[in-house]
Design a protein around this ligand. Sequence first.
Ligand code: GCB
Length: 572
Amino acid sequence: MIYPKRTRTRDLFELNGIWDFARELQPGGFADGFVPEKQVAVPSSFNDLFTEEEFRMWHKGVWYQRRFDMPKMLKGERIVLRFNSVSYRGEVFLNGTRLGDHETGYTPFEFDITDVVGFDKENLLCVRVENLLSTDTVPMGNLNNKPEPGQFAGQYPDTPFDFFPYSGIQRPVMVYTTSKKGWLESVVVATSNDGTVNVSGKIGGGAEKAVLSCDGVRVEALVVDGAFATSFKIEGARLWDVWEPNLYHVAIQLVAGGELLDEYTQRFGVREVKVEGNRILLNGKPVYFQGFGRHEDFPIIGKGLNHSVNIRDHELLKWINANSYRTTHYPYSEELIQLCDEQGILIISEAPAVSINFEFVTERTLAAHLKVLAELVERDRNYPSVVMWSVANEATTNRPESIPYFKALSELVRAMDSTRPVTMITCKAEHDLVMEFFDVVGVNLYPGWYHLPGQVEEAKKDLRHTLEKMYAKFQKPIMVTEFGADTIAGLHALPAEQWSEEYQTELILGMIEVMRDLDYVVGEHIWNFADFRTAQNFVRVGGNKKGAFTRDRQPKMVCHFLKKLWAQPRYP
Ligand code: GCB
């Protein structure tokens, strides 16, 4: 799958805006059209749009519907309907015909609707959306018959993670066209720092050859068995780097019998990432990751794509001198990753596998995990900002059953992409059993918050001790991917105490001091970039307040210190 674009051979329009909405109060009878209960916005989560509690907390089926016309000049083309994400499960009907379904939110899916879409009548599109999680889904849900201590047991709604399980058509819906004769189905661009660019592609329909043009270079490749592969060199290539987003474009034309069937331009950056000893190297130079774990989360829209919020967030990252974030705990919108490409922000791209619990894992959990991981790598592998894959966050990887499971995940990613390091984010510290499969150790540690509350000096000792034990065991670079303290903006205390801005500042700066004293620590990602909405639970005061910024993106005190600290490069 490639990101839809309008080109000389392709048309594109979006089906965003106001849709009809109804809860599935009885089974059946919706796919041919229904009487709406409400109107709803696309893209958006639906949960915080309405005033009634039962809508917010609804995880069973809901239905979206809208009508659209097809312009007659597109008749004769191949027509594709694409959803950039539907959380968690989407089942799609066009004019009463079931097109198919897709599980695991956060990754795109599409249907060829050429034979179903009408040109002489209005089209009716109905989508069933469901957000029920189970032991077979990724992320898992409904585990609380046997809660793990510390896994947010008993919260409302009941999930083994704390962020609110928003649902809906949260990203754009698109209709695009290609020629019926031949079209580019997928493309992979891999680069080396000497400017070598390898491009391979898969073709739908048929074509004789692919003609590629980039930066004044033109090459041709024959299409064999529906695929092509070729390479070329950009002399004196300008490398893609942190806040230096040099980008190139390769125009790919598919040709048969002298006719141009398809034209698509793929953007890419020339850059290399690798792990050597205790360092992550970007373009041969060590890079220290300073930034945050985040969430796609904002008042009212929940996890809905909003370009203004994305722009503001990146402005804040630049202001505070961060260079990176992890897409905790699921793939973020492709539009956001594209913005990172354009701005030079480093991304650790994470599968939506948070809190996998091996007490409950089934073969179907692994199948769902492998599927969504493959979809993520396929979606993001041409984006230069994505410099590392994270296959999961905080699984019970102290249990032996986790070993074959994570081996399978690591093998899958490496088979699909050998150009990026792979990590897994553990909360089991030195008791983790799966780090042999990964290049960088990611670890979430909360001394000074969940244990040793209020005791910054003790927390620092604890952090040092844990990191030393981990390094002694794993002998790999370690990134502290989460640490921090819930903080109510405007609450002050001298001496510092939990929940105050002083305490967050002292704890975070103290933790960083320890990390920077240990040569093998290659990154500090604070939890979290901004406050975010959670399920209801007595440990959360109006959401998770570990943000350095408030939910409406104003800085807490710690930001001003981080801005100063992060202005100095960690490695000379
Ligand atoms: C974690 C999780 C993250 C939570 C955070 C917290 O370890 O990875 O999703 O939000 O702790 O604040 O408790």
